[in-house]
Design a protein around this ligand. Structure first.
Ligand code: PLP
Length: 398
């Protein structure tokens, strides 16, 4: 049997230096094990992880039901192509549909792929001549060329132009700007219900219902990118459920299958009907292991009452982190939507991330000045307090 001997972090880094393309900035630490809100490095140090798996590990590291489901499934059937029916994919699609707006699912493996599928579906559904999609500044939709073209952040475009044609960028949370951008070639509006990578930007309550109205008036599809907000991250299964509206299409990934790679697009049945056999595909999409893990994820969330725990955690984070906020101090604003948290600083957040790491707490910084936390929904209140104590200590020293 192939085994992996445990190397030191230094030894693993040497392998990367020689054999792995350096397209990521990495911390000089090799992680080897995880359990719940904790991860351990090769040297045996334990970290409290408030950014587990870049938002993918919404149930923490190695959630037992997901581990069990995957173990069982890999012994039964690992992969078969989408030329066959497979029960886990059908059952997971049913669960997602019943917890959202009654749509139908297309499965893939990542967020960018889900967005690609949404772009293609929006274009093919609209028909000839209508191909333009409106997206928002500071949004993030992925790195493949279509998803990158939808991502209105010039820093990510540099060197990869020309991009895919047909994207119009408007400021986020600005309905009038969307209305002005619509023309006879527009087929869809694509936005995140909360901008994640853009700094945890929560729109006004009228924004999503207003987009729905605009899309209805102009016969456009409303596509919500719920890759980062899905599966209870915001305290509801999907972030749009905080408002009185539904999208036509939503894209899902990250936490969809408890940390196992899985992406999906859910489309309202009339829209889904435009995607006919042969038009789009993904070899690994919807495979039995990923979808079985997805089913175990939903079961865990429901049986452990985790949506309710998200509300408890959000209240605690709001209360604890809110104390750090002051107009003249380092913390300008704290934005909490479930377990999706942005701490807007008046200074660069990089030293905060480094100082937290020294104290064995893992957090993220996005857009230079926003400390982003995407903690697991089964974090305990004690772990929440411990993390807030460390953050308060570090931020006071900055
Ligand atoms: N959409 C959103 C809202 C995201 O946050 C991300 C990744 O951060 C993506 C799409 C791209 O997902 P992936 O990295 O799985 O391709």
């Amino acid at each position: 049997m192939a085994t992996i001997e445990t190397m030191t972090s230094q030894e693993t880094m040497h392998l990367f230096d020689r054999y792995v393309i350096p397209n990521y900035k990495r911390y000089p630490i090799s992680l080897v094990r995880g359990e719940g809100a904790y991860v351990w490095d090769a040297e045996g140090n334990r970290y409290l992880d408030l950014f587990p798996g870049w938002g993918c590990n919404l149930l923490g590291h190695c959630p037992p039901r997901v581990v069990e489901a995957v173990r069982e499934q890999v012994g039964q059937l690992i992969h078969v192509p989408n030329t066959w029916y497979m029960e886990p994919q059908g059952r997971f699609a049913q669960q997602l549909s019943e917890r959202s707006f009654g749509g139908q699912c297309f499965f893939c493996n990542s967020g960018a792929e889900a967005v690609e599928a949404a772009i293609k579906l929006a274009r093919v559904h609209a028909g000839k001549g209508r191909y333009k999609i409106i997206t928002c500044e500071n949004g993030f939709h992925g790195r493949t060329l279509g998803a990158l073209s939808a991502t209105a952040q010039p820093k990510y475009h540099e060197g990869f132009e020309p991009l895919l044609a047909g994207f119009t960028y408007v400021p986020y949370n600005d309905l009038a700007a969307v209305a002005r951008a619509i023309d006879e070639e527009t087929c869809a509006v694509l936005v995140e219900p909360i901008q994640g990578e853009g700094g945890v930007n929560v729109p006004d309550p009228e924004y999503l219902p207003g987009l729905r109205r605009l899309c209805d008036e102009h016969r456009l599809l409303l596509v919500l990118d719920e890759v980062q907000t899905c599966m209870g991250r915001t305290g509801k299964w999907f972030a749009y459920q905080h408002y009185d509206m539904t999208p036509d299409i939503m894209t899902l990934a990250k936490a969809l299958s408890g940390g196992i790679a899985c992406g999906a697009l859910v489309a309202e049945p009339n829209v889904a009907a435009s995607l006919r056999p042969g038009m789009h595909a993904s070899t690994f999409g919807g495979n039995p292991v990923a979808t079985r893990a997805g089913i175990a994820t939903i079961e865990t969330i429901e049986e452990e009452g985790l949506l309710e725990n998200v509300e408890r955690l959000a209240a605690r984070f709001r209360e604890r982190l809110g104390r750090l906020q002051s107009p003249s101090g380092v913390v300008h604003q704290v934005r909490v939507r479930g377990v999706m948290i942005g701490i807007e600083l008046a200074v660069d957040g990089t030293p905060v991330v480094a100082a937290c790491m020294e104290r064995r707490l893992l957090v993220n910084c996005t857009h230079s000045t926003v400390i982003r936390l995407l903690p697991p929904m089964n974090l305990t209140l004690d772990q929440c307090d411990e993390a807030c104590d460390t953050l308060a200590e570090v931020i006071q020293k900055v």
